[in-house]
Design a protein around this ligand. Structure first.
Ligand code: PMV
Length: 355
């Protein structure tokens, strides 16, 4: 049997490893641990990343087959995965909204179980340490869960020597997203996997979804404002489905307008008609209010952005709290909208869409 010697407990790579002996050298306490196999001691690590996103048009409606438009933002979640001996452990070092990590912990664990299962990995027999970081904060509504699912999938695949194409990564992240969103549309994980500006339509018959890359003349500045209310996407998605079932006439009309609006928005983006994009964002927010997924804090920030001259503003993501996004072309407008929100004590992100 080989042994591993560490003169400080924190120097031991795995504190739960079996301790065989300890003795005093006079100046230090020497700890003796049972060693891993030499191959296990050679440090390997898998790495992966996923993009954060905003949904510019069609959140909630996309779950029911209406097209939506999302844009990745230039912030990412990064994951590092290392084989260990201690089961599946997660170290979440992302900057997060107060209460986010605790509230999402159960869903995060379930999502990793789903991920491993879909990858054909036996979670009982596999020990992995998963570390999450990167510059995408974990706020609700900017795709933090999808970005982490994509990042972790890529990192596990690399660590376990699995060569997975993006399409497969996206499928696995979709299965993981079910833990957070119940019946996700797939728009979040697609934006997190592929990046860019995407046109997305869920295939309700179970076939492949439509994912098209859109291109615009140049990236546009936006301001994302965080309400600090941690939202539960799963409950929000289920709530819309329930109200839609109870009130089909009203909801059919709203859903049909959301579809036309997405088509108009695609054209406006491709024509780089930003005034029109902003106007349509405002209208989209009106539809989201009608399906009851906005809240006081979101409406407050959205009005504030509009008063400051934003071309348009709406909630982004699941709603019920989380984030809003405002279209603020040019650094100057972006800055004045961002500062207005900061003055009121809200945290903002100054990013670009269409990068
Ligand atoms: O809150 P987020 O960032 O997870 O976005 C959810 C978007 C929904 O349209 C509400 C759900 C979905 O899967 O499309």
């Amino acid at each position: 049997m080989s042994h591993l010697v560490a003169y400080k407990l924190e120097n031991c790579p795995s504190p739960s490893r079996e301790r065989i002996d300890e003795f005093d050298s006079g100046t230090h306490t020497i700890y003796l641990f049972k060693s891993l196999e030499i191959s296990d001691l050679m440090v390997s690590m898998g790495r992966g990343f996923g993009f954060g996103k905003v949904i510019l048009f069609g959140e909630h409606f996309v779950v029911h087959g209406v097209p939506g438009i999302a844009s990745a933002i230039d912030l990412t979640t990064e994951a590092e995965v290392q084989k260990t001996q201690d089961g599946i452990t997660i170290k979440d070092e992302r900057r997060s909204a107060k209460g986010y990590t605790e509230k999402k912990r159960t869903q995060q664990k379930e999502s990793i179980q789903r991920m491993l299962e879909t990858m054909g990995i036996d979670s009982e027999k596999t020990s992995l340490e998963i570390r999450l970081g990167g510059n995408l904060p974990s706020f609700s509504g900017i795709g933090a869960s999808a970005a982490s699912s994509v990042a972790i999938t890529k990192a596990i695949a690399e660590e376990l020597g699995m060569d997975l194409p993006d399409e497969r990564i996206n499928e696995i992240a979709y299965e993981a997203e079910k833990a957070y969103a119940g019946t996700p549309s797939g728009i979040d994980n697609s934006a997190a996997t592929y990046g860019g500006l995407i046109w997305f339509r869920r295939n309700l018959s179970g076939g492949s979804n439509t994912i098209e890359r859109l291109s615009i003349r140049q990236p546009v500045e936006v301001v994302i404002g965080n309400t600090r209310v941690v939202a539960n996407t799963k409950e929000m998605v289920a709530g819309v489905a329930e109200r839609k079932r109870e009130n089909p006439e009203k909801y059919d009309q709203l859903f049909s307008r959301a579809e036309t609006l997405a088509l108009e928005a695609r054209k406006a983006l491709e024509d780089y008609n930003l005034r029109e994009v902003g106007r349509l964002m405002n209208e989209n927010h009106g539809l989201l209010q009608e399906i009851e997924v906005s809240c006081e804090e979101l409406d407050y920030l959205i009005n504030l952005a509009r008063e400051q001259g934003a071309f348009g503003a709406k909630l982004t993501g699941g709603g019920g709290g989380g984030c809003m996004v405002s279209l603020t072309p040019g650094k100057e407008l972006q800055e004045s909208v961002a500062q207005a929100m900061e003055k009121k004590g809200f945290e903002v992100l100054r990013v670009e869409i269409g990068v």
